[in-house]
Design a protein around this ligand. Structure first.
Ligand code: ATP
Ligand code: MG
Length: 586
């Protein structure tokens, strides 16, 4: 392709809405374009990268028995009602009504659709296992779309669903997909770690997220160098502090004027924050019931919303912080002075470690007062007692006790053992050898294809632009003509271009009438792995050869430049080289 003829427009300025490198660079390099908040289009270069990622995914899925289909984005409400998720999914679901008043949604995911397909088409054990997937557009009306492709409202996902006869089969499908994911991300040049993930209110079943290490990632993962633990902080268990023995002292009301935060109370009473009880109040709006929840944790701990939501068995969108003043009459709470004693008309969730601690300080449910020597069992009890605290840097590893590390990452994929959750609700059965009806066991496996594209940029860029790994680069080589008005230069560049093309190398020719500086800047910004520059020494057949990742230019005979480029591209274009020696994020 000749750059002068292509639909590409690069930007010098950083677009005002973009905050993170991938968002800024993808917009600036003219790879994506924004329509409205959270909705993007892919321009020629971006489309090519997307296709490369998709093709790597296809290869890895197909190698493991995956069969590609394409279902529609529009889904009828009836299927979601069968699974019970039509109401449970909440405001993230994009709902619509047709002219006859029938309800639909734009699919945020496709479990119902694939379960329905399986129950219609699969009747016998002979048809199992089945691994069916698609690469398709998903819709989620995210509360906070941001960071460009990272969290958008329309995005591209690969979703595979496995159907097996029994647990052993499901284990096998899960393992196959886990391995496929590992290979996909490596071949895309990503350093993505599998981490144990939360399974939500369903509980019990296994799940892993693949997380690309990145400081801009929204996921937090806890890892332990000693035992190899790697888990999302939502899932990571926090060990309770050692149980305390000793005498339970008498309750004592103390005046704590204006001390409304844990920090202020601890300071005022000259005690450690860990000797206090922190209260957090919520309102839950769960389908047809509304109720209040008070969560109590040790003063120095942080509440983990996912653990709280799981303990309550509700959907994440149905809980919100309560307006303490508005609910004070009903519950008896007093903003800043709320404690567990005497609180009424609300569900009490108590963090497990509080049960074994003695003589703590809690709010008195009275303005400007706290209570000393509060003890679980004697003074208050929880409706639910469970670990609801967040795992933090330096906390003991739940497996081996050594301090854990917290790293940020981008969730690029997730694998999940669903078991019979959907097949039971939607009656997806098959007949076994004895003609007995049995439920299929399912797994689901998603890759955020467009998010993966952004994650690659996060891990591969510098101040000047993107540095594409060869396996996903929109083109492998950029041939830059310094002065296209010089016949010799244009002729040599065209010759190099044709030779590379004839060897299957994807090449773009920058023949624009622009200043050399502009061309170099654009080449760096767009991030083609190899740049061959044809300038004044074209008369001697000498060109400059530059690898985007390394930055140094080297003068070479044009033949040598072509040979080197071909060799490198052939070695790396399928990304399998990264399977042996994966790219490591800094
Ligand atoms: P997140 O926790 O980031 O919201 P999720 O757990 O809701 O993601 P899944 O339902 O597991 O996501 O979807 C599978 C994959 O789709 C994710 O691993 C992620 O890569 C991608 N994905 C999910 N939501 C978005 C989004 N809003 N924009 C882009 N990609 C997304
Ligand atoms: Mg997920």
């Amino acid at each position: 392709m000749k750059l002068s003829k292509m639909h590409i427009k690069t930007l010098r300025e950083v677009p005002s809405e973009a905050e993170i490198p991938s968002h800024i660079l993808l917009l600036r390099a003219g790879m994506i374009t924004k329509l409205v908040s959270g909705i993007y289009g892919f321009l020629p270069l971006g489309r090519r990268v997307l296709r490369k990622i998709e093709d790597i995914i296809r290869e890895e899925m197909d190698e493991r028995g995956g069969e590609e289909i394409l279902m529609s984005a529009i889904q009828p409400a009836e299927l979601w009602e069968e699974s019970g998720r039509w109401n449970a999914y909440g405001p993230e679901m994009w709902r619509l009504t047709d002219r006859h008043g029938r309800s639909f949604c734009l699919g945020p995911t496709h479990e119902e659709i694939f379960t329905d397909l399986a129950r219609r088409d699969i009747t016998s054990y002979r048809q199992l296992p089945a691994r069916i997937y698609q690469i398709q557009t998903k819709y989620r009306d995210e509360a906070r779309p941001r960071f460009g492709l990272m969290r958008s409202r329309e995005f591209i996902m690969k979703d595979l669903y496995s159907f097996d006869r029994d647990e052993a089969g499901l284990d096998e499908s899960y393992k196959a997909m886990y391995e496929a994911y590992d290979a996909v991300f490596k071949r895309c040049g990503l350093d993505a770690r599998p981490v144990e993930a939360d399974t939500g209110a369903i509980g019990g079943n296994a799940s892993h997220e693949f997380t690309a290490l990145s400081s801009v990632g929204e996921s937090e993962i806890a890892s332990c160098d000693s035992c190899g633990l790697a888990t999302t902080v939502e899932r990571g268990k926090v060990l309770d502090a050692k149980p305390e023995s000793g005498e339970e002292l008498e309750l004592e009301k103390v005046h704590t004027p204006s001390a409304t935060t844990i920090e202020e109370v601890a300071k005022y009473l000259e005690i450690d924050e860990a000797r206090t009880i922190k209260a957090l109040l919520f309102v839950v709006d769960d389908e047809d019931s509304e109720y209040y929840v008070a969560a109590f944790i040790r003063g120095d701990r942080e509440l983990n919303m996912t653990k709280l939501v799981n303990a309550l068995g509700i959907a994440e969108h149905s809980i919100a912080f309560a307006d303490e003043e508005a609910i004070s009459k009903t519950t008896g709470c007093v903003g800043g002075f709320t404690g567990p004693i005497g609180l009424k008309n609300c569900k009490l969730i108590v963090d497990s470690e509080l049960v074994h601690m003695k003589n703590l300080v809690a709010g008195a449910n009275e303005k400007d007062y706290h209570i000393k020597n509060v003890n679980y069992g004697r003074d208050y009890e929880g409706d639910i007692v469970v670990d609801i605290k967040t795992l933090k840097e330096g906390y003991p590893c739940p497996v081996c006790g050594n301090p854990v590390k917290i790293t940020r990452g981008i969730e690029v994929g997730q694998v999940f053992k669903l078991g019979d959750k959907y097949s039971k609700a939607m009656r997806a059965t098959y007949k076994d050898e004895e003609q007995k009806d049995r439920l299929m066991l399912m797994g689901c496996y998603g890759i955020g294809v467009s998010r993966t594209l952004a994650a690659i940029v996060e891990q591969h860029h510098d101040d000047n632009g993107i540095i594409w790994p060869i396996s996903v680069a929109p083109f492998h080589v950029m041939v830059t003509v310094i002065n296209p008005a010089e016949d010799m230069q244009l002729a040599l560049a065209s010759d190099i271009y044709e030779k590379l093309k004839s060897k299957g190398v994807e090449v773009i020719l920058d023949d624009r009438k622009e200043r050399p500086g502009v061309k170099f800047k654009d080449a760096d910004l767009m991030g083609f792995p190899i740049n061959i520059i044809v300038g004044r020494r074209a008369t001697e057949n000498i060109v400059e050869y530059k690898l985007r990742a390394e930055g140094e230019k080297e003068e070479l005979h044009s033949e040598e430049a072509v040979n080197r480029a071909v060799k490198l591209v052939v070695e790396q274009r399928d990304g399998r080289n990264y399977l042996k020696e994966p790219f490591k994020a800094e």
